[in-house]
Design a protein around this ligand. Structure first.
Ligand SMILES: Nc1ncnc2c1ncn2[C@@H]1O[C@H](COP(=O)(O)OP(=O)(O)OP(=O)(O)O)[C@@H](O)[C@H]1O
Length: 594
């Protein structure tokens, strides 16, 4: 409750899914075309069209725009427009029904296999593998040959060959969902497996099923047309787009319109469905909407209205001036950090403190253009390292500063270290990124650095993999990598949050000593005033993307100016305080209406 009141930003107006779909021009065109074709197909019985099956030999192969036949006639004198609209209705019905069948059976197989695992999973998946072992069109032809030609059998065949596609996709998603805590909780609450599968797992898998359906329905219409083209699908007098194309192929040169017209219809129909399917997928997956799944650019996108001066005279190690960073949500840029300014001298430690979501990490990453773009955008301000504004530098120069003059230590080294390489090699790689050394020299330097950060028995630990080290040792490796190129500034983003208090104290001590010995400027990000009081010379307090207060640590601790700073300080419990801690803190939050 308290946290909510402190952190919840002002509500933003979000665009509805419909508005987002319409904002995607290609998807809107796809929707318009598809809707138009569907309406035509649905209205076929009431449209003033001649009977599509009535032959008229004297009027064979009339060209388009002939009297009474807008699109001409085919080799039996049947009206092409009428056959096209009725044929589209058949193609749509078969394609959509095949998709629904494949989705139902494929998803069921995927759900059961992914949830049950073990023998059930093996048996079901081997069956799916068997289906996939045949080229799909050959398999479809073989199934129709076994069942006999006909539209319904073509529908079954297309559905069967597409079952593996759904089954594999849905199984993958189900496997990752079944091990989530909410599924365990549902099982522990006494729900049976079937209930858990359909009430807990299925709703989470549903968007994937919808996305898969929307992207495969066009494909299935095409496959049905393929079977009909070969004479295995629609049988006379019924026709679909594929059989129209197949029957017209003999007159390809004498009356090309008879095959071109159904060909264009297949193209437009499949294209419109694919465009619409892609649009639906983008709307349903918020990461795609904001571009968060795209490969990030090497440096954060910079869109500053005014350029700050490129140089700053007599500048300390790091100066941040009026920096603003936001995230492009697809609708607008949502600010995460607004107009923040601070300075950091050589050998000084500045604590950046604030609650979760206040913008500490975004600030830290913005300094070297490391916020992933898309969706990140630096919208204003400047960052000066040794007097040089770095965000205006050419890409390669800014990249060259990373790790060399400004290095980072992140919160959880297990996620930043590569799991498949020994830690020594990873430190050596950090050295080699900026120094032209041989591999052996880099490894020797890695060992030296491991010694510096206090890893005992570095000569044997150098070959250890990240999972073979403790949390504290991994964090020391992270610090060794940061020190690899003797940087001027270290940005440590909650380097001790994942560690227990004793290891936390040792890591903080190490950072403190390194700072003293090497004259490093240290920007320490934390949400713990206890840590700030222990190691920081100065502190800047962040709330909702703003720095609300900054100053000497002692002064801020003694006389906090901002109510939020007072509450943060009050949150540090004292040893042996017990219930008195709650009595002391509660009124502060009640007063703030939290
Ligand atoms: N990729 C993203 N897309 C959209 N918004 C984001 C993204 N990453 C972060 N944000 C938003 O930016 C704001 C600041 O996030 P940031 O990670 O800097 O918080 P923090 O203070 O470091 O929190 P914590 O202590 O939990 O790490 C938050 O409101 C967050 O929702």
């Amino acid at each position: 409750m308290t946290e909510m009141a402190l952190t919840t930003p002002a509500p933003r107006k979000r665009r509805s899914n419909w508005q987002l779909l319409m904002a995607n021009r290609l998807a809107a065109v796809g929707l318009f075309l598809f809707a138009f074709i569907v309406v035509l197909a649905v209205l076929a019985p009431i449209l003033p069209l001649p009977n599509p099956d009535i032959t008229d030999q004297p009027n064979r192969l009339l060209p388009p725009l002939s009297q009474g036949h807008w699109l001409g006639t085919d080799h039996l004198g049947r009206d092409i427009l009428s056959r096209l609209i009725w044929g589209t209705q058949v193609s749509l019905l078969v394609g959509i029904s095949a998709t629904a069948l494949a989705a139902i059976f494929g998803s069921l197989i995927g759900l059961v296999a992914g949830y049950a695992r073990g023998a059930t999973d093996s048996v079901l998946m081997r069956f799916v593998d068997m289906l996939m072992a045949f080229p799909y069109i050959l398999l479809a032809i073989a199934i129709v040959a076994a069942l006999g030609p006909g539209l319904l059998n073509a529908l079954y065949a297309i559905a069967i060959v597409n079952i593996p596609f759904f089954a594999r996709n849905i199984r993958g998603v189900t496997v990752s969902i079944r091990s989530r805590e909410f599924v365990d909780a549902a099982r522990l609450s006494g729900k049976g497996h079937v209930a858990v599968l359909f009430t807990e797992v299925l709703p989470n898998v549903l968007p994937v099923i919808v996305i898969t359906m929307s992207t495969t329905v066009g494909w299935m219409i095409l496959e049905t047309a393929g079977l009909s083209f070969l004479g295995l699908g629609a049988q006379p007098p019924t026709s679909d787009l594929g059989s129209m194309l197949g029957q017209a192929r003999a007159q390809l040169f004498t009356a090309p319109h008879a095959s071109i017209i159904p060909g264009i219809m297949i193209f437009v129909l499949v294209m419109s469905i694919n465009l619409l399917g892609d649009g639906i997928r983008d709307v349903l997956d918020p990461r795609l909407r904001s571009g968060a799944l795209n490969r990030p650019m090497p440096i954060t996108k910079i869109e500053r209205k005014t350029q700050p001066p490129a140089k700053m005279e007599n500048s300390p190690a790091l100066v941040v001036e009026n920096l603003s960073t936001g995230f492009d949500t697809g609708d607008s840029i949502t600010p995460a950090v607004r107009d923040i300014s601070f300075r950091l001298d050589k050998g000084e430690c500045l604590g950046l403190i604030g609650e979760s979501g206040s913008g500490k990490s975004v600030t830290a990453l913005s300094l070297m253009g490391l916020v992933a773009s898309p969706p990140g955008v630096i919208t204003g301000g400047g960052v000066y390292v040794g007097g040089q504004e770095v965000l205006c530098l050419p890409e390669q120069q800014l990249i060259g500063l990373r790790g060399a003059r400004v290095a980072y230590v992140f919160q959880d080294p297990l996620t930043t270290l590569h799991p498949l390489f020994p830690v020594g090699e990873q430190i050596a790689e950090a050295v080699l990124a900026h120094k032209p050394l041989g591999k052996q020299a880099a490894l020797a330097r890695a060992m030296e650095l491991m010694d510096t950060v206090g890893i005992r028995d570095a000569s044997s630990r150098i070959k250890a993999y990240p999972h073979e080290l403790s949390g504290g040792q991994r964090q020391r490796i992270g610090i060794a990598m940061a020190l690899a190129n003797d940087p001027d500034i270290i940005i440590a983003d909650e380097p001790t949050t994942a560690l227990d208090v004793t290891v936390q104290a040792r890591i903080l001590e190490l950072l403190h000593d390194l700072r003293r010995q090497r004259g490093l400027a240290l920007l320490l990000i934390t949400h713990d005033f206890g840590v700030v009081a222990q190691v920081c010379d100065r502190v800047a307090v962040m709330k909702d993307g703003l720095i609300v207060e900054q100053g000497e640590t002692g002064a801020v601790l003694r006389n906090p100016q901002h109510d939020y700073t007072r509450r943060l300080i009050a949150c540090v419990p004292e040893l042996g305080e017990g219930h008195a801690f709650l009595d002391r803190v509660q009124p502060l939050f009640e007063r703030a209406g939290a």
